[in-house]
Write a protein that binds this ligand. Structure first.
Ligand code: PEP
Ligand code: MG
Length: 863
């Protein structure tokens, strides 16, 4: 259908393909459309589930993935309707094409049907552009705004840039009514009304230029522009709510809002989309929360949220004018930063959604209004911000809706970030609340440097919503002997934090009991005493060698991150330091430690072990361990990028300096004449990596004239087997390595192609997966054939079941966290490794994954 004007210009009317909100083309979140790269276009946000032909014509192209269709309205006038953004990636999943190429369609004929609940969360946007891609140049003569019902005029395209005749204008322009329209909605959002749908309501009202509010059954009304007020309605799934809209097309907008509220989000759209589902079901009402064991042990203590203590600030302002302009300037700066971060995180939809929700919380006018009121009373901007956020956090905490309670953590985050900006503080990292000592600390996630700072305070235990058992935070927890569970899911952030109540963390069993009964507490205290006694007995034997029932001597070594820890490891019975993760000396600082600083650390480790071997691993930076001062360049997948020995390509000075520090250490000789100091290379893929470092070592020895020193002995050079290629080529590597150490954390990650930092995969990342065990078996066979020792220094070495399996497969050294030394030694002494080997090799051939293998070995070992 098209209108002809009085001139020779041709005009083509596009009808709204569905009930829709008109969106300026420049706001389409894809530059190809927004910048008219394909041609001139118009866009809309579909509110229905079906897209009809905007114009009469012939279908000349249907995308095989059903997300785009082109209609030829006249010769040279081709209109491409592209449903949503990046919908091609759905490969037609959830979309049905209702026509085929060659069909003639009247305007209004259904073309594409889609299942909104299935696809909405999987693509960046459903905004749909219609682009003129034909050879005839077109201009937009008219474009509707706000909301439209299906079939209303969306736009008129013209071959001339001239304006429309008045009668066409009159026909085209939508009727506007400023009437108020109210409608009831039965909330189907599984998590109640939370930030994301609330943000959508707000946007719908802005786009349609209407005012809108929701009214709960107690008569409490909240403007959709005021996010906090909206969330405070406490709307849960199953609640009835009144949607009230005032402005043009109020009925269409209200119905669109009703549709949004009545459409379940589906599992993929869980909560605010920012949360990680727990690996195992938590029973929140019973106060039982489960997670993955990152560090064994039992802990009793009050539950406390992890927050950096807020910086101090003056309560009174300098002047009203000063504080007002400071507040306005910093708030704008903060929003710009968040906006920037959100766009930078566009591909990480979870992160972008969090930032989007944060922006929406900040966009709440009532928040700035309340802050400005405090400032008007003479208070400082910092005081005003802190106080207003505190008030809102308290309200969120009291909400009946779990999702709203979870949002309190977001407010805390915003509170801290803007306070830092207002006070000109770059970071509050050092400000860990000392009262966390002795508490079970609950956090969403921690960075390694936060964890290091927290460990100094000595909390009783740690519970993280995110994280994986082999992440570096977990490594640090084990090193600090702090019981820790990770991957517990967002519900732990909603716990009530009662300072006077004790919670029980049984990290070994993966369980946090938030409200244990008095009986349970008493029983646990007895158990803790028994465990303490058992540990004492094991500790008494800790200095003895670990020789199995069938007389195999396994060295049990310790993992450390700083030189000073060696002394404790020695006193706890370590036969060696099996892994000194030297990169921890480089974290949490603004520059590289000097050669001398490094040397002192390495020397301390060697001295602390009093003549026993010390394996120092060279810098393993990259992937999850990034240094703020070291630019590794952008890499789409840092775990597969420049890390470990590969640093030599880009940062050879770092490697040369570290080698100088290592080679300058004065180390005693072992009984076999080798130096007690041994150097280990991380992330080796093949023989070339080893030869490259060996060449550097040789050059350093020559440059430092070390061969002139009578006491100098070239350290043994070990190779970490932590990527599948290294395991598969272990035979060749054994010829250039003096020893092997299997990094099971990475070997498991790379073999199974599962990110060790991804909590959703934590339960599947098991070293006992038969595929990983096959690689370990190959490595052991190659080491035995060449006669070199083979250790394991990943977390699995300290796992009761895996330790026995690994030793049975031929591993000669297990390097564990210091507090596991005595207990692993005790386990080995009670084991018949030959029998376990037979069982392991048989089960490996039949078990289909890590959990089946673990269950089989658990049954066999009777644990
Ligand atoms: C490993 O990958 O198992 C290992 C010990 O190295 P890291 O955990 O430091 O990567
Ligand atoms: Mg590793």
């Amino acid at each position: 259908m098209f209108f002809m004007s009085n001139t020779t210009a041709q005009q083509y009317t596009l009808l709204a393909p569905t009930s829709a909100l008109v969106v300026p083309i420049t706001e389409v979140p894809d530059p190809v459309f927004a910048q008219n790269m394909l041609g001139l276009g118009v866009a809309f946000n579909p509110l229905g589930n079906e897209l009809c032909a905007p114009i009469t014509g012939k279908i000349i192209q249907c995308a095989p993935t059903a997300h785009a269709v082109t209609i030829e309205a006249a010769e040279g006038v081709e209109l491409l309707m592209h449903f949503g953004i990046d919908t091609v990636m759905l490969k037609g999943d959830g979309i049905t094409m209702l026509v085929k190429e060659g069909d003639w369609v009247e305007a209004g004929t259904p073309l594409i049907r889609f299942d909104r609940s299935q696809i909405e969360a999987r693509v960046p946007s459903l905004i749909t552009p219609i682009i003129a891609i034909g050879s005839t140049p077109l201009h937009i003569a008219y474009l509707a705004s706000g909301s439209l019902a299906q079939g209303e005029v969306l736009a008129i395209l013209s071959t001339e840039a001239a304006s429309l005749s008045p009668e066409i204008q009159a026909k085209a322009l939508p009727t506007s009514s400023d009437e108020t329209y109210s409608i009831q909605a039965l909330l189907a959002l599984e998590n109640g009304l939370h930030a994301r749908p609330a943000t959508k309501l707000k946007k719908m009202a802005s786009d349609a230029q209407v005012t809108a509010s929701l009214i709960n059954t107690s008569g409490q009304e909240a403007d959709v522009q005021r996010l906090t007020a909206l969330l405070n309605l406490g709307l849960a799934a199953g609640d009835t709510v009144t949607v009230k809209v005032c402005g043009p097309n109020s009925q269409t907008v209200a119905e669109a809002m009703q549709l949004l509220l009545e459409t379940p989000e589906g599992v993929a759209n869980h909560s605010s989309g920012t949360d990680t589902p727990p690996l195992l079901a938590n029973d929140i009402t019973a106060g039982l929360f489960r997670g993955v064991t990152a560090s064994h042990g039992l802990a009793l203590g009050a539950l406390r949220p992890f927050i950096f203590s807020l910086p101090t600030y003056p309560e009174e302002g300098v002047s009203i004018a000063h504080e007002t302009s400071l507040f306005t300037e910093k708030l704008t700066q903060f929003k710009t930063q968040l906006n920037y971060a959100m766009h930078a995180a566009a591909k990480d939809t979870d992160k972008a959604a969090i930032l989007d929700a944060h922006l929406a919380l900040l966009d709440d006018d009532s928040l700035s209004d309340d802050c400005l009121k405090y400032i008007q009373q003479g208070k400082s901007a910092a005081f005003a911000w802190k106080t207003c956020l505190e008030e809102r956090i308290a309200v969120f905490h009291q909400s009946n809706s779990q999702v709203i309670r979870e949002r309190a953590a977001d407010l805390r985050d915003l509170q801290l970030q803007l306070l830092q900006l207002l006070l000109g503080i770059p970071t509050a990292h050092k400000g860990i609340d000392p009262s966390l000592a002795g508490a079970i600390v609950v956090a969403d996630d921690l960075t390694p440097s936060q964890m290091m700072a927290l460990a100094h305070i000595k909390p009783a235990g740690i519970c993280l919503a995110k994280g994986g058992a082999t992440s570096h935070v977990s490594v640090l927890c084990r090193g600090a002997a702090i019981p820790c569970l990770v991957g517990m899911g967002p519900s732990i952030l909603t716990l009530s934090f009662d300072l006077n109540a004790s919670a029980l963390l049984n990290a070994s069993e993966g369980l946090l009991e938030a409200n244990p009964s008095a009986d349970r507490l008493a029983a646990i205290k007895v158990l803790m005493n028994e465990t303490l006694k058992a540990n004492e007995t094991a500790n008494q034997n800790a200095q003895l060698p670990a020789i199995s029932l069938d007389k195999v001597h396994i060295h049990v070594a310790a993992n450390i991150t700083h030189g000073e820890e060696a002394q404790r490891a020695f006193s706890m019975g370590a036969d060696a330091i099996g892994l000194f993760r030297s990169e921890f000396l480089f974290l949490d600082r603004q520059d590289s430690p000097s050669i001398e600083e490094q040397r002192l650390e390495y020397q301390a480790a060697v001295d602390g072990m009093q003549g026993k071997p010390v394996i120092i691993r060279m810098l393993d930076i990259g992937a999850d361990k990034q240094l703020p001062w070291l630019d590794l360049g952008h890499c789409p997948n840092p775990a597969l990028g420049i890390r470990g020995t590969r640093l030599i390509e880009l940062h050879s000075q770092l490697i040369t300096d570290q080698l100088e520090a290592l080679l300058s250490v004065k180390a005693p000789l072992l009984p076999n004449g080798q130096s007690a100091l041994q150097i280990m290379l991380p992330m080796v893929s093949d023989v070339n990596d080893v030869l490259a470092i060996r060449k550097h070592i040789e050059l350093s020895i020559n440059r430092l004239n070390l061969r002139q020193r009578p006491d100098f002995v070239t350290p043994q050079i070990g190779v970490m087997i932590e990527v599948p290629s290294a395991a598969l080529m272990a035979g060749q590597l054994a010829r250039v390595a003096d020893f092997f150490s299997i990094g099971t954390n990475d070997l498991t990650q790379y073999t199974l192609a599962m990110d060790r930092e991804e909590p959703k995969l934590g339960a599947k990342l098991d070293v006992l997966h038969p595929a990983v065990l096959q690689l370990i078996h190959l490595t052991c066979l190659a080491a035995q054939e060449t006669g070199i020792p083979v250790g394991v220094c990943g977390a699995s070495a300290g796992d009761d079941i895996a330790a026995l399996v690994l030793a049975a497969l031929g591993v000669t050294e297990l390097s564990v966290e210091t507090q596991r030394l005595a207990s692993i030694k005790a386990k080995l002494r009670a084991a018949n490794l030959a029998a376990i080997r037979e069982e392991t090799l048989t089960s490996m051939a039949f078990m289909r994954d890590g959990s089946h293998m673990r269950a089989a070995m658990r049954r066999y070992l009777g644990v």
